[in-house]
Design a protein around this ligand. Structure first.
Ligand code: FAD
Length: 274
């Protein structure tokens, strides 16, 4: 069975939350396994993430908080885990996180995602199904692919049950990554993270910062559309749909959409696949 999940970021205002819940209601029609909500490193969105997670749970859907360790104390992570447990949350996306300045790593009690996975397992046993991040195009701070693959294996050995990848637009990078880690003994599902294409400038900036490659042929085509957002969306839907078809045909266990808090772009791709 193909799994489906959608990711949101926490909103800042009551009006934003109302709109997000309307988006969530639309996306719920696709019957996803869960909706995940990102977490600002260092606890910067702690209350807002918690509020959205609560609001989603109240609708009867499964909410999945992201949790990062860099810059958070062990005591505050423990508190949050207990709150999530009491709310009946059963999944967590477990991350290191990025502090804006890069500061905080040395002074953090838990410095890497594998340490957070270990901590959650120690504190809560098997209560949570844990998802970790995977990087088919290498994490930007890793010294080498080999280091990054070893780090991924470390997270799995620490107790991760599933992985979600950074987004990419080149299916081969996903297949290559999966083959490499399977050869290293990893057998957990590795779910591709999918970024719908809706806006060239934002996508180019975001891709640069997180180390995801926007291939030249896509970049050039998007540039050529200029301000014609209808054409950008149409082209984006086609490109992303074709990549998802290839991923699923090649054995990807599901899709996780980075929705950027919008329903339509993800639903269009999912609708094409269905
Ligand atoms: P790690 O797996 O800890 O790896 C981080 C880096 O450290 C890598 O380069 C790794 O190779 C290296 N490393 C790991 N262990 C060691 C070690 N022992 N010694 C030396 N180097 C080591 N960010 C947020 O702030 N909030 C979110 O909600 C969020 N959600 C995300 C969801 C997904 C699906 C993905 C793919 C990313 C998300 N991110 C989020 C971004 C993520 O936090 C950053 O990419 C961050 O830089 C790395 O997090 P990680 O969990 O992959 O870290």
């Amino acid at each position: 069975m193909t799994t489906l999940s959608f990711e949101f970021f926490p909103t800042k205002t009551a009006e934003g939350t109302r709109k997000l819940l309307a988006v969530q209601e639309q996306l719920a029609q696709a019957n996803p396994e869960f909706f995940s909500v990102t977490y600002g490193a260092g606890g910067s969105t702690r209350d807002r993430t918690l509020a959205i997670v609560e609001a989603i749970q109240r609708t009867g859907a499964a909410a999945t908080p992201h949790l990062s360790c860099v810059g958070d104390s062990v005591a505050s992570l423990r508190d949050l885990l207990q709150i999530y447990k009491d709310m009946g949350i059963r999944r967590i996306v477990t991350l290191r996180g990025d502090l804006p300045s890069g500061a905080g790593l040395a002074s953090s009690e838990l410095r890497y995602a594998n340490e957070l996975v270990e901590f959650i397992r120690k504190e809560t046993g098997d209560w949570f199904t844990l998802y970790v991040a995977a990087y088919p195009e290498k994490h930007p701070q890793s010294r080498s692919f080999e280091d990054d693959l070893k780090n991924f294996v470390r997270k799995v050995e620490a107790g991760a049950d599933n992985a979600i990848t950074q987004y990419f637009f080149n299916a081969d990078s996903y297949f290559w990554f999966v083959d490499r880690v399977r050869a290293m003994g990893v057998d957990i599902p590795i779910i591709p993270g999918i970024m719908p294409i809706t806006n060239y400038t934002k996508l180019a900036r975001f891709s640069d910062s997180c180390g995801a490659e926007l291939p030249r042929w896509i970049r050039k085509q998007l540039e050529a559309y200029g301000d014609d957002s209808d054409s950008i969306r149409q082209f984006g839907t086609e490109v992303v749909t074709q990549m998802c078809e290839r991923l699923l045909a090649g054995g990807a266990p599901g899709l996780h959409f980075y929705t950027l808090n919008q329903a339509e772009p993800s639903l269009k791709v999912w609708g094409n696949l269905s």
